[in-house]
Ligand binder design. Structure first.
Ligand code: ACM
Length: 628
């Protein structure tokens, strides 16, 4: 702040000194924040001032304050220590808010209830982490602050795959509770896939009677024993339509819209288990996939090839009749404008062999299988539009020509999103190399391999608007949690946090305010908040990034980097357990012949902070980059 601004601030605010703040705690970083000297202490008898219109939010807020030891909370329509105001401030838009804390108390103002809700989420972060625990706090003090905040994007999404593993209604509600702390407003539910159909469709009951169940398997994804036909199918579950209504209403009460995804024409083995007649290869042997591998990803001519068929027949009118019923019911259940039709990773080896598909190609003058897929997507778009909904799909829906008004969710990097935006289609950016939070997030031998690595510092570099693209075409961004290898909600949380905090900042905060050092410091403070709220999260930022090189003499060298500043790494290569008396990593070192394991541990300020990493030589060799 310039001197003359400081003087002006001094005189306008009386005895208070104002300065543009270095935000030390809030995630995502607010649009604008000013700190003032002084601290406000909430009284024991807290009064929340609210109008009738925002009474429900005031009730929710008062429930949190009841965690404060001996606190009394009352709601008043005339005055209060915390004031909630609906106003009409054009700079705030639909979701922005102002939050002021000063000697008079706390004021949150916004144009909408959503804005007030986000102001409240920010206020929660300014209060002690222990507010999440009953009786853990008896004094709530907040430094004077003045915040004007609003989101950069309207689509701030998290995707939860409830097909590969089913998550109960209560678990989905908890996932919503957690995401809104960081101002996410879209929950994309991946409701169907080869491994399970998760939503009741009354006109097609077998989708859930058959399609929601498989035998339970433990073990590594794609290395799992295939189910036999007569094996009991007891693992899975689905949401009834009443459950869905409850979830939609619950999400709405927290200003979250649910986007339903029905993934077609590929990823449809669960549909075929229920209705095999919808396949180009109708047999009665289809089963819901239990996690066994069945696709060659780089198969024939670089195309995806299914060893067990998992696609709908694009040439069958029965398929479009079924989809009309399914999307008809989906449209009545989900009030959000968009329905997601998937469209990704569709093997076409059985389409190529199908006489029906050949006839379709002749009749419709379709030159190749991409155009067949495009024909399918356009038919689906017509169905979805006929239900007064808009269609969105993964970026494969671009192949063979994009349907009229379809929006694209770009997952294979940003390429598809750039192409769609250039064709004037709306885009949600969810590039796998920045936002796929199912990928492992630290040392692979400690975390377990899930496709590829994605550390927090890389996630933080996500920028939804690529160079040269009209920003008005980008609806926003999304992190995707696929659950092939996530068996329970605690693991879902572990993979989501803290990377969802990085994505939240990419899609809410001004681009120019992003700063890794500031963010990583704030993340560490949020670990206390996540602990208090009993949300599981990964501490992989404390583990070194271990790389190896192999030179022409056949020697392996190891390098270690910290993801954040201030870490010291201690290691052994003689099989012993390391501590801070072991070799301290300073620069790259050689791995002598016969070394079988590298053990590493990280410390900060003399205290162990990272987990013990045990990295076998085999893994060090596999990751080696050759240097000439
Ligand atoms: C995807 O990850 N297959 C959309």
């Amino acid at each position: 702040m310039k001197w003359n601004q400081l003087v002006l601030a001094f005189f306008t605010l009386g005895t208070t000194i104002t300065s543009v703040a270095q935000n030390k705690i809030i995630i995502p970083e607010p649009f604008q924040i000013t700190t003032n000297t002084g601290t406000y202490t909430l009284p024991k008898n807290i009064v929340i001032n609210t109008s009738n219109e925002t009474k429900d939010l005031a009730a929710e807020i008062s429930a949190t304050f009841k965690n404060i030891k001996d606190a009394q909370v009352n709601i008043s329509s005339t005055k209060g220590d915390i004031q909630l105001f609906l106003n009409d401030n054009p700079t705030l838009g639909k979701e922005g808010y102002t939050l002021n804390v000063n000697e008079k108390g706390i004021t949150i103002a916004a144009n909408t209830k959503a804005g007030l809700f986000y102001g409240w989420q920010t206020l929660c972060q300014l209060m002690p982490a222990t507010m999440n625990k009953k009786n853990a706090t008896n004094k709530v003090q907040i430094d004077y602050v003045s915040i004007l905040d609003k989101p950069r994007f309207e689509w701030r999404g998290l995707m939860l795959d409830v097909s590969r593993h089913f998550f109960t209604k209560a678990e989905v509600k908890r996932y919503i509770d957690d995401m809104v702390r960081y101002k996410y407003n879209i929950l994309h539910l991946h409701l169907t896939d080869d491994q399970g159909w998760r939503i009741e469709i009354k006109s097609m009951p077998k989708l859930t009677e058959v399609g929601a169940w498989r035998p339970e398997r433990k073990g590594k994804w794609a290395n799992i024993t295939a189910p036999s036909i007569d094996e009991p199918k007891t693992y899975g579950g689905f949401y009834t339509q009443e459950d869905i209504k409850e979830l939609v209403a619950y999400a709405k009460s927290k200003f979250v819209d649910i986007v339903p995804e029905i993934d077609i024409p590929g990823h449809s083995m669960a549909i075929l288990a229920a209705y095999p007649e919808l396949s180009t290869v109708p047999t009665n042997n289809y089963q819901v996939n239990a996690g066994q591998g069945f696709i060659d990803w780089g198969g024939l001519n670089g195309h995806i090839t299914a060893r067990i068929e998992n696609t709908l027949n694009p040439a069958s009118e029965k398929v479009y009749t079924a989809l009309d019923k399914i999307f008809g019911e989906i449209a009545t259940l989900f009030p959000f404008d968009y329905i997601h039709m998937g469209g990704d990773e569709c093997p076409k080896n059985n389409w190529e062999k199908s006489s029906e598909v050949h006839e379709l190609m002749q009749r419709e003058n379709l030159k190749n299988q991409q155009e067949v897929q495009s024909y399918f997507v356009k038919r689906v778009e017509k169905i979805i539009n006929s239900k007064r909904k808009k269609i969105i799909g993964w970026d494969e829906i671009l192949e063979g020509g994009l349907a009229g008004n379809a929006a694209v969710m770009s997952w294979r990097g940003m390429k598809g999103g750039i192409e769609a935006a250039k064709q004037n289609h709306k885009v949600v950016m969810s590039p796998n190399d920045y936002t796929y939070i199912d990928y492992y997030q630290g040392e692979v031998t400690a975390e377990g391999k899930v496709y590829q690595g994605l550390r927090l510092n890389r996630t933080y570099q996500f920028e939804p608007v690529p160079e040269g693209v009209d920003p008005s075409m980008i609806l926003g961004g999304q992190a995707n949690l696929w659950t092939e290898q996530i068996q329970n909600i605690r693991n879902a949380e572990y993979m989501t946090y803290p990377r969802a905090l990085a994505i939240a900042e990419a899609i809410w905060s001004p681009k120019e305010k992003k700063n890794w050092t500031s963010f990583s410091n704030r993340v560490e403070q949020h670990f206390d908040r996540l602990d208090a709220a009993q949300i599981k999260y990964a501490k992989s930022i404390y583990d070194p990034i271990v790389k190896t090189t192999l030179n022409t003499k056949g020697e392996f060298h190891v390098t270690m980097e910290g993801e954040i500043e201030g870490l010291n790494f201690y290691y052994t290569i003689d099989e012993s357990m390391p501590d801070d008396f072991s070799s301290k990593y300073v620069t790259q070192f050689n791995l002598p012949e016969d070394v079988s394991i590298l053990r590493v541990i990280s410390y900060r300020n003399g205290k162990q902070i990272g987990k013990l990493l045990n990295i076998p030589m085999e893994s060090l060799k596999t990751r080696a980059v050759k240097v000439l």
